[in-house]
Write a protein that binds this ligand. Sequence first.
Ligand code: AMP
Ligand code: ZN
Ligand code: FE
Ligand code: FE
Length: 287
Amino acid sequence: MGERRRFEGPSDLHLHSLRSDGTEPPAQVMTAAHRHGIRTAALTDHDTTSGWAEAADAAVSLGMTFVPGMELSTRFRWRSVHLLAYLFDPDHAGLRAEMERIRTSRLTRARTMADRIGHDYDLSWDDIVAHTTDGATVGRPHIADALVAKGLVADRTEAFAHILSPQGDYYVALYAPDPVTAVDLVVAAGGVPIIAHPAGRAGLLPRALIDEMLDHGLAGFELDHRENLEAGRRTLRRIARERDLITTGSSDYHGLGKPNLPGENTTYDEMVQRIISAGTGSSPVYP
Ligand code: AMP
Ligand code: ZN
Ligand code: FE
Ligand code: FE
C-alpha cells in the first residue's frame, strides 16, 4: 500500500449522477461539486457503482479527492430507508447480488407503475425509457421526468406530490433488504454504512432498529441534510455523542432533478478522516 495521503475539505459525500436518478454524467457531477468549492466528493448513486471510474478520473483531474460510495435501498416495514455506504469492495459477491436484485426489482416496478399510470394518463413505458440512461438504476424520478416532458406535471416535485406518491393509486413498492441485512452486507464488503437523511418527514426510525443496526456495525448518521427535521437531528446528535459515531453533512445533489446544490451541507474533516480510516473495501482516489 502506498503512503498515507491527505484529502482536503470542504467535503460533500452524497451526490447523484444519471447512473441513477441524477441528471448529469458522473464527470459533470464532479465538475459541479468543484465549481461549488468542494475538494473531496463521493458519488453515491442508488444501488450501483457504475459511475465510480468516470467520477474518479474527473475528480482527480480537477485536483479533488474522490471517495467511492453508494446509496443502498433498504426497507423497514412500509418505509424506505436509504443507507449510504462508503469505501466498500464493489466486487463483493453478497453485496453485488443484493444490488442486482434491487435494480431488477426497480425495473419491474417502474414498468408496473407505468402501466398503471398509462390507464389514466398519456404515458407509455417507452416515454420513461427515453428519460433513462442505459444501465441506470431506474426510479420514480425517471417516471417524473417523462411526465414533465409530456406536460402532465410541471416538475419532479409535482410528480412526487401526486402521481408518484406512495399514497396514490399508481405506487408500487420495490424489493429492498431490511436495514440490518443491508448493514451486514456493507460491513462484509469492507464498507462504512451511514443512514442517509435519517430525520426526514417520515420521522426517526425506532430506537430499537437504530440500536440493532449499530450492533451490526452501523457507523453513523447523515445529520446535516436539508430534509432532516430539527427535533430528529437533536436526538441523533445525542446518540452520536453517546456512542462516538460518525456524523456527516451533505447536499444529496441530483443535478436539475432537485434544488439541492453541492456544498449546501458539508462533512467535517475529522469525520471524513474517520470514514477513510474505517473503509477497507476500496480506497479514496487522490489527485
Ligand atoms: P424510488 O427510489 O424510485 O422510490 O424514488 C425515490 C427517489 O426519488 C429518492 O431517492 C429521491 O432521489 C427522489 N425523490 C423523492 N422525492 C422527490 C421529490 N419531491 N422531487 C425530486 N426527487 C425526489
Ligand atoms: Zn436519488
Ligand atoms: Fe436518499
Ligand atoms: Fe440521495
